[in-house]
Design a protein around this ligand. Structure first.
Ligand SMILES: Nc1nc2c(c(=O)[nH]1)N(C=O)[C@@H](CNc1ccc(C(=O)N[C@@H](CCC(=O)O)C(=O)O)cc1)CN2
Ligand SMILES: Nc1ncnc2c1ncn2[C@@H]1O[C@H](COP(=O)(O)OP(=O)(O)OP(=O)(O)O)[C@@H](O)[C@H]1O
Length: 197
């Protein structure tokens, strides 16, 4: 499932983010709707053992080019687990996880649970990403939302990057001191656990 990295491999994060966002967009656009649904079902199947073991599962409301984790979240609910999604009080406020379904518009253009839903501490977090490498280094949307939120949650939670197969790169992503390393990457091809750092 590891794809050859873009060549020449961009040396700085912003360039790699731009390159991989473009590739993610092209990949998502190339998928027929039925294929996309089948891949999302494969993702949910790959995550099943982790969902089974968790108590509170957090995922994300997918953006246009991202793989949807909502089937996996539905599966978690069917297994009796509590589920949560990212929420923001305002654009410059800290991201938290709130229980329940995404019913209200959030400041970053994504639906989120209402502020009346309780904040929760998940023990499994499905983390959206632009790209990650085999050491669990991740590139996100560049606002540091996950890095900041995961800093305090990683003691309790397993962090599983979630994406299309093509988002796992075989080159190395230079980690910044604040970057939170992923424990694993889940995609339609399966679950790839990263070795302890
Ligand atoms: N699906 C999903 N949910 C997520 C994230 C994510 O990466 N994916 N986040 C990851 O941290 C947080 C939200 N952070 C975000 C950071 C930047 C942009 C962004 O730049 N969006 C548009 C511009 C829209 C706007 O400016 O309002 C863009 O794609 O250019 C979106 C979300 C929490 N929820
Ligand atoms: N724990 C933290 N404390 C303070 N600032 C942070 C922290 N984590 C990240 N940042 C800031 O956030 C900015 C974006 O970081 P980075 O480029 O690593 O984001 P990203 O991992 O792509 O985004 P995200 O985590 O939202 O998906 C950086 O400029 C950094 O200073």
């Amino acid at each position: 499932m590891v794809v050859p990295s873009p060549f020449p491999f961009p040396s700085d994060k912003p360039a790699l983010r731009t390159e991989m966002r473009a590739r993610r967009r092209a990949y998502a656009a190339s998928l027929a709707p039925a294929t996309r649904l089948a891949l999302e079902a494969e993702l949910a199947a790959a995550l099943e053992p982790l969902l089974f073991a968790a108590r509170i599962v957090a995922a994300y409301q997918p953006m246009k080019d991202e793989i949807s984790p909502l089937g996996a979240l539905e599966r978690a609910r069917a297994l009796g687990k509590e589920t949560a999604l990212p929420a923001f009080a305002a654009r410059d406020s800290r991201m938290t996880f709130r229980a329940g379904a995404a019913t209200e518009p959030g400041p970053w253009g994504l639906l989120q649970p209402p502020s009346s839903s309780p904040p929760v501490v998940p023990d499994l977090i499905l983390v959206p990403l632009v790209a990650c490498d085999l050491a669990g280094n991740r590139i996100g949307m560049g606002q540091g939302h996950y890095d900041r939120a995961l800093e305090g949650l990683r003691v309790k939670a397993r962090l599983v990057g979630t994406g299309w197969d093509m988002q796992l790169l075989d080159g190395s992503i230079a980690a910044d001191p604040w970057d939170q390393t992923l424990d694993a990457f889940a995609s339609p091809a399966g679950l790839k656990e990263f070795k302890d750092q």
